[in-house]
Design a protein around this ligand. Structure first.
Ligand code: CP3
Length: 346
């Protein structure tokens, strides 16, 4: 696939590579979703996972925030558990709850039952990425996957969990099952990213949202080797890799070393604390997602501080410090996008 010069020189890809674009690129995690009336309209009566398996809906929903905000990148509309659903794991995404797994994973036999993912499991992904890349032109499309720890948490707990107690009980108490499960999920994540990049995605993000539940030593021993394998496989595809987690103040260095080109920083860690930890890598973040509920001038003042702090990084991609909150007023995100893009870097 030939990549156009305009796409290659987009502000997003330049910042991801550690070059200095004309403005700080901006996109928002969960920019497609319930904060958009046009999203709620096309999703009416259609389940979340069903939407994620329909190429036409994926394409429409992915484009909605690009049209509305003019953000510097699109993120593929899917979910971290979609590849598991696609290979046949019995799970659902319940509104207001999140992913729920019918038969949580406990044993080596449970792990062995989960098939590896091939492109044949996800023809709708290939189709949607191709149509998106054609529509997006010079706007990059970010593909994504869930990192092994975060996906394992849903599979082992059976649903969302605050303390990840069952997951960590397996990690500490059944190392053989843990290793097999992390390898299986990591293989699925790597294959899922490859399908997206082969079809034309120009960057990938690995979401390890719940990694902040771990001490650095436990992360390094039990989780990092598996994420490193996924990021190494993505590295073979020659696209920038973003690695993001929540509550990861103590893990940012390790998350960079796992093989990221860009380390995603949540809003709790100021960028001037994060940047020295990640060293010669770019950073992404990190406005507190609740600041959209503050007066516009307060939100923009904070955004200005984050852009200024980001200058010390090898490259900086502006984002929220976690996903868009569903009750967010899209007009605030529009103002935020215009502010970031209008703030000269040179
Ligand atoms: O960022 C984007 O715009 C792309 C789409 C995207 C979704 N999920 C769509 C979605 C992405 C990147 C994800 C990743 C994801 N899914 C993560 C990692 C990112 C993060 O937020 O930390 C996690 C942990 C999940 C699991 C998951 N799926 C949760 C916790 C929920 C929310 C449950 C709820 O209803 O509050 C989901 C469902 C989900 N995934 C929705 C969307 C738009 C909402 C479902 C709906 O609209 O009906």
């Amino acid at each position: 696939m030939t990549v156009s010069a305009d796409l290659r020189d987009s502000a997003f890809l330049r910042a991801a590579r550690g070059e200095t674009p004309d403005h700080t690129p901006v996109w928002f995690m969960r920019q497609a979703g319930r904060s958009l009336p046009e999203y709620l309209k096309v999703r009416e009566g259609i389940g979340m996972l069903e939407s994620c398996m329909n190429a036409e809906l994926i394409t429409e929903i992915t484009l909605q925030p690009v049209r509305r905000y003019g953000v510097d990148a699109a993120i593929f509309f899917s979910d971290i558990v979609l590849p598991l659903k696609a290979v046949g794991v019995d799970l659902d995404i319940k509104p207001g709850v999140g992913p729920v797994v019918a038969k949580p994973v406990e044993t080596l036999a449970d792990v062995a039952e989960i098939p590896e993912l091939t492109a044949e499991h996800v023809p709708f992904i290939t189709e949607a990425v191709r149509s998106l890349v054609a529509e997006l032109g010079a706007t990059p499309l970010i593909g994504f996957a869930g990192a092994p720890f975060t996906v394992a948490s849903y599979l082992v707990e059976g649903g969302p969990s605050k303390d990840h107690a069952k997951t960590k009980a397996m990690m500490f108490g059944a190392p053989d099952v843990w290793d097999a499960l992390m390898r299986k999920i990591g293989g699925i994540a790597a294959a899922y990213l490859k399908v997206q990049v082969d079809a034309g995605a120009s960057a990938v993000q690995l979401f390890d949202s719940w990694a902040g539940a771990l001490t650095p030593a436990d992360y390094e021993t039990h989780v990092m080797p598996h994420s490193t394998r996924v990021l190494a496989a993505a590295g073979e595809l020659d696209v920038p890799r973003i690695h993001f987690g929540v509550g990861t103040t103590n893990l940012l260095g390790l998350m960079g070393e796992a093989g990221a080109d860009v380390v995603g920083v949540d809003w709790r860690t100021p960028l001037d604390v994060a940047i020295p930890q990640v060293g010669e890598r770019s950073v992404q973040g990190n406005l507190d997602p609740t600041l959209v509920f503050a007066p516009t001038e307060v939100m923009l003042e904070r955004a200005g501080e984050i852009i200024e702090a980001g200058r010390a990084a090898k490259g900086h991609i502006f984002n929220l410090g976690h996903g868009v909150i569903p009750s967010t007023n899209p007009d605030q995100l529009k103002r935020l996008t215009e502010f970031v893009q209008g703030h000269p870097l040179a």
